[in-house]
Design a protein around this ligand. Structure first.
Ligand code: GLU
Length: 719
């Protein structure tokens, strides 16, 4: 090479790397792939082995699964997550007199920290492919439902056997590729979690549902909590004698934050994506399930909001439920809009047509894979045929609390008679305490008039079901009179007579034998017993459906890999993943550009004094005084509040640490833009953007607004 050629090659090299640096990439990478990602070429400034290496205590030990995600920021178990992740626990700890939800909470000493009821935390310790062991359970001659049951049982055996070998740890087998790959994860499992520092709702949820899933965003969606262990350092339930958990690693906090264009990565526990699902599934979601849920949740939310009007105690009671439903509803609205906008179902169907052509053109492929796509399409047609019935059964259980409790009692009684490994998983010994706790805690959100209205509406819908999906038990109840009046009278009677609202009654119930339950005269127990066969049938149908689909999905993945000539990443499944990208704006519509940072000035601009745009008065004073300290963004000359970047995230990534090129904490992920809700089906660097609260806003609020600067010492931040 001549000197000129070398210079040209170097320039080309620089351009190519330059392009690579700017190019975002789809991918929630399993942690095992970290060493092969060549993150240094993307901008990482520490060895990849610092993030994950089987040989050392790498950064992954600082990451927790708390339903969503959290990360340790001190050697004393202090961790950060989102305000919306801790929301339920803050609500449970609040009363109208001590309203931590509205006013925020700060524990000035360890002794002041309060239990975050219902929260647990897991840390990934190790993982191992167990696919052959799991798939060995599949035998010729099994029916489809038996196939699913055999796999489920094999998984339960592996899990219980592992937990007995590692007492105190939690084991989980996660399906990475449906019907194909299974990985055993072992987790440290912490059960004593406490609230440390929670901003007031007017900061933590600023913008509320109006701004949720939106940009520009100005929400201080963060919380600080602490994990505790028993005095011996082993995981334990809450006790005042417990001591702070000492993680193997915690994150260093970088108060300088990031600038536009900077490289970043996230570690977290993304919940569920459906990128490898066929057109039939997407069409079902778009045309049937999501519109149903949007309508149903909309109704529920309206009812609950009305119930809370002028009644702060009821409003507090219902706050977390409203929030959960509204969050899903708006997410689905975003997805529905996005699917139409990019014509997703048609595109997917076209891709499948091409794949079928490819299969049909080769006799060998036709023999092995020819039936896959038609059989999957058939399975989704069958799902649609029964969907009205299935949706009613599902929402009866998730939307009518008295019925949910009664059904859990009836089901638990039946299931807990069986040998442990034969039970549905929530009734196995290893899960039973947690299941009970969840049900008892859910009582906090019970409000009879709302519950009653939901039951009334679902029973009416059940009576209108078509011939194929009729619910015999409901028909029998109203055999002599199926008028709306009869339904209303029945429902009113149920709520008048039930004892289910009484905690002691419910507590005792969740331990009774089937005969004892049958002898109790409670109307909800009777209704649950009547409908129990329909739920059993539904569970069987689902097992058979999964049995059919597992094999089909496995073969679909195989043939798609041949067709497209590449390997795929597994869909998200609540296991630890890494995603990377850059601070970057985007064009959501013609003529519109979204900048990647918002500022404190923007918070004040949005502050109208009306919910959800109220701000605590000191914010404006601090801003006017330009009291930004070292947290000022050098170019914006203001406190950066939220930031936008092109990573690949989904629900479950809430609370994920945003890490800079050195692996230091610079933000806390909490949302996506409206356009990016469709990530779960299709990711694109043009519209997929995630949103975090900037660490500078978090630290600035802690120091200047809340007087929580004393936490900096613990986090090793220079004061
Ligand atoms: N805001 C989201 C949620 O609450 C979490 C993060 C995401 O889905 O991007 O579900």
């Amino acid at each position: 090479m001549t000197r000129k050629q070398i210079a040209a090659a170097a320039l080309l090299g620089a351009l190519v790397t330059g392009l690579q640096v700017l190019r975002a990439e789809e991918g929630m990478f399993p942690i095992s792939m970290v060493p092969s990602l060549n993150l240094a070429a993307r901008g990482l400034k520490i060895p990849a082995g610092e993030i994950f290496s089987p040989e050392r205590d790498s950064l992954i030990y600082a990451i927790l699964s708390v339903g969503a995600t959290g990360s340790f920021v001190s050697p004393q178990g202090l961790f950060v997550t989102n305000h919306h992740v801790a929301f339920g626990a803050v609500q449970s700890a609040s009363t109208t007199e001590k309203d931590y939800l509205t006013n925020g909470f700060l524990a000035r000493s360890r002794g002041d920290e309060v239990p975050a009821k219902g929260m647990t935390a897991r840390i990934t310790e190790s993982f191992q492919d167990v696919s052959p062991e799991v798939l060995r359970a599949v035998q010729p001659g099994q029916s489809l439902a038996e196939r699913t049951r055999a796999i489920e049982k094999r998984i339960k055996e592996i899990v219980t056997e592992t937990e007995s070998r590692f007492p105190g740890k939690r084991a989980e087998v996660s399906e990475m590729f449906i019907g194909r790959t299974y990985v055993l994860f072992i987790y440290t499992y912490l059960k004593d979690i406490r609230l440390v520092y929670i901003p007031p709702r007017s900061i933590g949820e600023f913008g509320g549902e109006t701004d949720n899933w939106m940009w520009p965003r100005h929400t201080g969606d963060f919380s600080f909590l602490r994990a505790y262990t028993g005095p011996d350092g082993k995981p334990a339930d809450y006790s005042p004698r417990n001591i702070p958990f000492q993680p193997k690693r915690h994150l260093k906090v970088n108060p300088a934050g990031l600038q536009e264009g900077d490289f970043l990565f996230l570690l977290g526990y993304p919940g569920r994506t459906y990128r490898h699902f066929p057109a039939g599934y997407l069409a079902y979601e778009e045309e049937v399930r999501m519109p149903y849920v949007v309508e149903w949740y909309g109704r529920q939310i309206a009812l609950m909001e009305k119930a809370g009007e002028g009644n702060p105690a009821v409003a507090l009671k219902l706050a977390a439920r409203i929030k959960r439903l509204a969050n899903t509803m708006k997410n689905y609205q975003g997805k529905l809009q996005g699917m139409r906008k990019i014509d997703l179902v048609r595109k997917k169907a076209e891709e499948e047509k091409e794949l079928q052509k490819y299969i049909d053109a080769d006799a060998g492929l036709r023999k092995t894979y020819g039936d896959v796509l038609p059989a999957l399409a058939q399975s989704y047609r069958e799902l649609r045929r029964m969907s009205d019935r299935e949706l009613i059964l599902e929402h009866l259980r998730s939307g009518v609390q008295m019925f949910e409790f009664a059904m859990a009692a009836v089901e638990a009684a039946a299931e807990r008679q069986k040998p442990d490994l034969e039970r549905e998983s929530e009734y196995m010994d290893r899960n039973w305490a947690q299941t009970r706790r969840r049900l008892l805690l859910a009582r906090a959100g019970f409000f009879a008039p709302v519950d009653q209205e939901a039951l009334r509406e679902l029973l009416r819908r059940a009576l209108r079901l078509g011939e194929t999906g009729r619910l015999k038990a409901v028909d029998a109840l109203f055999a002599s009179d199926s008028s709306e009046k009869a339904v209303d009278a029945f429902v009113a009677e149920c709520y008048r007579k039930t004892q289910m609202a009484d905690e002691a009654f419910l507590d005792a119930l969740l331990g009774k034998k089937p005969a004892e339950i049958a002898a109790l005269p409670d109307p909800f127990l009777k209704l649950a017993a009547d409908l129990y066969p329909a739920y059993r049938e539904l569970a069987e149908t689902r097992k058979a459906r999964k049995g059919a689909q597992d094999g089909l999905f496995a073969r679909l993945a195989e043939v798609r890999e041949k067709f497209l000539g590449k390997n795929f990443l597994p869909d998200a499944n609540s296991t630890l993943r890494l995603t990377f990208g850059h601070i970057r704006g985007y064009e959501p519509a013609d003529g519109l550009y979204y900048k990647p940072f918002t500022t404190l000035a923007g918070v004040l601009e949005k502050t109208s004094g009306e919910d959800p745009f109220r701000s605590p008065a000191p914010l404006a004073h601090l801003w006017k005084a330009r009291d930004f300290g070292r947290f000022e963004h050098p170019a914006l000359k203001d406190i950066p509040v939220c930031m936008l970047y092109d990573t690949d995230t989904t629900g479950g990534n809430s609370g994920s640490p945003v890490l800079d090129a050195r692996g230091e904490l610079v933000g806390i992920n909490f949302d996506r833009t409206f356009d990016a809700t469709i990530n779960d089906y299709a990711w694109s660097s043009s519209y997929s953007r995630s949103i975090a609260v900037d660490i500078r806003y978090v630290l600035w609020l802690a120091e200047k607004f809340s007087g929580a600067g004393f936490l900096f010492d613990e986090m090793g931040i220079r004061q």
